[in-house]
Design a binder for this molecule. Sequence first.
Ligand code: PLP
Length: 485
Amino acid sequence: MDYNDLIFEISQPGRIASSLPESDVASIDLTAKFPAHLVRKAPAELPEVSEPQLMRHYTALSNKNFGVDNGFYPLGSCTMKYNPKINEDVARLAGFAKIHPFQPAETVQGAFELMYELQEDLKVISGMDAISLQPAAGAQGEWTGLIMMKAFHQKNGDGETRTKILVPDSAHGTNPSSAFIAGFDVIEIPSNKEGTVDLEELKKQVGPDTAGLMLTNPNTLGIFEKDILAMSEIVHEAGGLLYYDGANLNAIMGKVTPGAMGFDIVHLNLHKSFSTPHGGGGPGSGPVGVKAFLEPYLPIPRIERKGEQFGLAENYPLSIGRVKGYFGNFGVNVRAYTYIRTMGPVGLRQVAESAVLHANYLRKRLEPYFDVSHKQFCKHEFVLSGLRQKKLGVRTMDMAKRLLDFGYYAPTVYFPLIVEEAMMIEPTETETKETLDAFADTLIQIAKEVEETPEVVLEAPHQTFVKRMDEVQAARKLILTYKKE
Ligand SMILES: *Cc1c(COP(=O)(O)O)cnc(C)c1O
C-alpha cells in the first residue's frame, strides 16, 4: 500500500472497521455445557488498555527500578558490573535468539560451536580439564559439583563413610546449604584473626569421613585464602576432594586458576565475573569445571566436536545425568562468550587488577570512619562494620537506607555473618574514580550525620518513591490486590 492509498483508506470513515469480521470465534451456548447458575449474566469486566497506556505502565515500572545502567550498585558478592551492550547485540542475533533446542543438530552448528568454544575458554580461565554449561546459577553449580563428588566416592566404595563436607565460616551462604541439600553433613571450620581458614581447626576436622572441602575464594571478607596450598594438601591426603566456589573469579582471573591451586571441582558465575545482566532472580549461568578424573561424572548431554561438526553425546554411564533442561541458559552463555572474546586474556587480567584496585581504594578512603574487622589488603570487595555507629543508636540498615537518598544502591548488609553490623562493598572495575570518590564522600557524610543529626539517618529514605517500609510485614502480609486508580 503506498502513501496515497493509506490516506484514502483512513479518510473513509468506517471503511477499515467495517471490513473486519465481527468475530472469528464461533459463539458457544454456555448453558448447554454448564449449570445455568454458573454462567455469567453479563460479560466479565476485563481490563482493556490501549497500547500507549500499556507502554506507560511498563515504562513507569522500569523508571522505578534501579539497575547498573542507572547508577552505582556496590552490592557486595553480587558483582553488579556494567554489561557491555555488544553482549546484547550478539545475544539478539536471530541465529542465537530464534533457534529451538529441539532443532536438528546440523541446523544449529553455530550455537553448538559457541558453547564448545566457551567451554574451551573456561577450561583455560579456571585451570580445569572439562566444563559443563548446564547449571543455571552458582548455587546449582555447587549442587552439581557436590553430587559429582558423591558419585565419585560411591564409585570408590567410600559413599557410606565420606559423609562430611567441611565449610569455612567465611563461605558464601549457598555453600553450606548446597552441601546440605546434596545430602552431606556440614562441618563449619572457623576463621583465624586474619580472616582466613584456621589450619589447626581444619586438621582437627579432616578424616576418613571427609567427602571434601568447599572453599569460597576470595572468602566473603574479600580476603584471599593465603594457606590455600596447605589446605588442599591436608584435604587430599585424607582422601577428600576440593571444591572451589569461583563465583567471584573476577578477583583473580588471568592471575591464577583454581586448577593450579589444587582444586578438583569449580563453579563459575558467568552472570557475575563475565558481565551479563542479572538480579531480581534473573537468568544466570553457573558452569562447573572438573579435573580429568571427574570428567565421566559431568552432566549429560555433553557437547562434542567431531572434526568440523558439533553434536551432543549422552553415552557417559557414570554421569550424574541432567541437571537442567536443554543446555543451560543459552542467552547468558552467549553474552559471557562475547564478553570473554571482546576482553581477551589481557583484558580479563585487567578486570581482576582494576576490581582489586577499586576495592582497596574505596576501603582505604572509608576505613577511618567505620570499624574494620580485618585491616588488610582485600581482593574485589571488603567488609566494613557499623559497630561504631550502632553505639550511637544508628544501625547499618539505617545507613543503607540513607544511601538510597543519594541515588546509590545499598551495599550488602548483615553479611557475612561473622562481622557485626556488616556492610559488604563491591565497587567492580567498571566504575570511574569520580564515582568511587562521590560514593566515599557520601558514606563519610552519612557517618557524620550519625554523629550530628542521627534522626536524618534513622528516618531515611526521604527521596525515594516509597518511604521506609516495615520489611517484615511486607514479606509476611503481602498485599497483591489490584487497586483501581
Ligand atoms: C553469588 C554467589 C553464589 C551463588 O550464586 P547464584 O548464582 O546466586 O546462585 C555462590 N558463591 C558466591 C561466592 C557468590 O558470590
